[in-house]
Design a binder for this molecule. Structure first.
Ligand code: KIV
Ligand code: ZN
Length: 515
């Protein structure tokens, strides 16, 4: 029997710490639903003390998501632990995740506490968490720069205090594989009570070694791996879930372990996380980048046509990357469109489908052939729209000897607003007209445009990041017209900002810095 490796997904906590990847509660819930379909063992849903919005999001996930363990992060203080517990206690399988620094560097410079004080704090925190629930994980932050004797002492003490999982993070992505493997082996062989807990690892990717460090840790006794979809996360990100799972699957000869992951949900999970977080997937990203299955050189194409295995070690079907591609057109009826959406594993309510079908018709009138990628881009738009402002009308002028200008008409409930503005280009002009209507002061931090499919009539997908006071918000929009897509993306961001502001004005209690 193969040994089971638990997959602990931290996309909604460490992944959300990716600069610009802030998610609202609905987006977090949607990703959590997809993670449950992917069958991860643990979902780290957030760091509830960091904001009341995150608290609510974790609470909703705990109430609604069945299957995986739901965990929430807490520092070793009672207020954090109580808050984490309150957010997850309605879950079928709650786990409290407590952490504290373990390296001298962090203890001295950041916490200004002695190792003995930290050890005592860790033990008390685990004991307290254990009084609330039976499943408690303890993380030794910055373990790979900590003294080995101290690590062994802390691991033993927290297990005695009731920790069921001890996590060894490579917080700054500093470890190299042989050294990290040796550390895990040391813990496995030298901590007397280690059999009472699972060893977990949590690797960051600052040197591009997160995945290999995680795999080497598994070879040395780790039985839980913490990782994020698409490898997103703080700074250079965390170990990529899809790479770890596929490495074990494809190289069973080398890694004779199994995970519970349903591999053919990987593609969809990856796309969902990218679209909702606004973090694009690099084209050459291992396992899920669009070039991962593309062959460009003549010799490779010839080989693949004769036998795929000549140049392909992963079949796109294995990760669900090729839901039968049926090309839809303006003549495709409701039934065909619904069937295609369902074959791509999306379920829409009747009401959402009606909205979706209207958009499909608009698109298929402009674009001859509608591909799965087009449907996916529109699906993300449909499911999350709770707009305050809707675009009623847009007209822009631009050209070589013209001052770019835009007329924008927006609908807010029953009210209609119209403004005209000039700008550096048609998009700038339209954004300025929108600003005049909404009177919200924003700064455009980031603008990305990509073609969803190939060809002159391809859908353009615009993803932007706007900043308002201390908030960064991602907005997305799709259209065959890139100016319209840009305006939709801006309105999406503004609408999210309005929702967020209303929300945070109504809920103003917990506040702490992100880890
Ligand atoms: O990187 C890290 O050390 C963490 C811990 C909180 C687990 O994210
Ligand atoms: Zn981390």
């Amino acid at each position: 029997m193969k040994e089971r490796i638990m997959i602990f997904d931290s996309t909604l906590r460490d992944g959300e710490q990716t600069p610009g990847a802030k998610l609202n509660a609905k987006e977090k819930l949607e990703i959590a639903r997809q993670l449950a379909r992917l069958n991860v063992d643990v979902i780290e849903a957030g760091f509830p003390i960091s904001s009341s919005g995150d608290f609510k999001a974790v609470q909703r996930i705990s109430r609604e998501i069945k299957g995986p363990i739901i965990t929430a992060l807490a520092r070793t203080v009672k207020e954090d632990i109580d808050c984490a517990w309150d957010s997850i206690k309605e879950s079928e399988r709650p786990r409290i995740h407590v952490f504290l620094a373990a390296s001298d560097l962090h203890m001295e410079k950041k916490l200004r506490k002695s190792p003995e004080q930290c050890l005592q704090e860790a033990v008390e925190a685990v004991r307290y968490a254990k009084s609330l629930t039976k499943d408690v994980e303890y993380s030794l932050e910055d373990a790979t720069r900590a003294r080995e004797d101290y690590i062994l002492k802390v691991v033993e003490a927290v297990i005695d205090a009731g920790a069921t999982v001890v996590n060894i993070p490579d917080t700054v992505g500093y470890a190299v594989p042989q050294e990290f493997g040796r550390l895990i082996h040391l813990i496995k062989t030298k901590v007397p009570n280690i059999n009472k807990a699972i060893i977990s690892v949590h690797c960051h990717n600052d040197l591009g070694l997160a995945v290999i460090n995680s795999l080497v840790a598994v070879e040395n006794g780790a039985r839980q791996v913490e990782c994020n979809v698409n490898g997103i996360g703080e700074r250079a990100g965390n170990a990529a879930l899809e790479e770890i799972v596929l490495a074990m699957k494809i190289r069973q000869d080398h890694f004779p372990y199994e995970t519970g992951i349903i591999a053919n949900e990987i593609y969809r999970t990856s796309r969902t996380v990218s679209k909702l977080s606004g973090i694009p997937i690099p084209v050459n990203k291992a396992v899920i980048g669009i070039n991962a299955f593309a062959h460009s050189s003549g010799i490779h194409q010839d080989g693949v046509l004769k036998d795929k295995s000549t140049y392909e070690i992963i079949n796109a079907d294995l990760i669900g990357g090729q839901a039968a591609q049926m090309v839809l057109t303006a003549r495709s009826g409701r039934h065909a469109v619904r069937h295609q959406i369902e074959s791509m594993n999306y379920q829409l309510t009747e009401e959402d489908f009606k909205k979706f079908y209207v958009r499909f018709k608009e698109l298929s009138d402009k674009k001859k052939e509608v591909y799965n990628e087009d449907l996916e881009a529109m699906l993300i738009d449909i499911s999350f729209a709770e707009p305050t402002y809707e675009l009623e009308y847009l007209q822009t002028v631009s050209g070589t000897r013209t001052i770019p200008a835009a007329v924008v008409r927006l609908k807010k409930g029953e009210e209609i607003f119209e403004e005209v503005s000039s700008g550096a280009g048609p998009i700038d002009a339209a954004y300025k007209a929108i600003d005049r209507i909404t009177k919200i002061d924003t700064r455009l931090e980031n603008y990305n445009l990509r073609a969803v499919t190939h060809g002159m009539d391809a859908l353009g997908e615009v993803s932007i990041k706007i900043n308002h006071e201390d908030k960064n918000i991602i907005g997305r929009g799709v259209s065959t017209d890139i100016v319209e897509a840009s305006v939709k993306a801006y309105l999406d961001g503004i609408n999210k900002l309005i929702n967020m502001t209303i929300y945070s004005n109504n809920n103003n209690n917990h506040a702490a810095e992100k880890v």
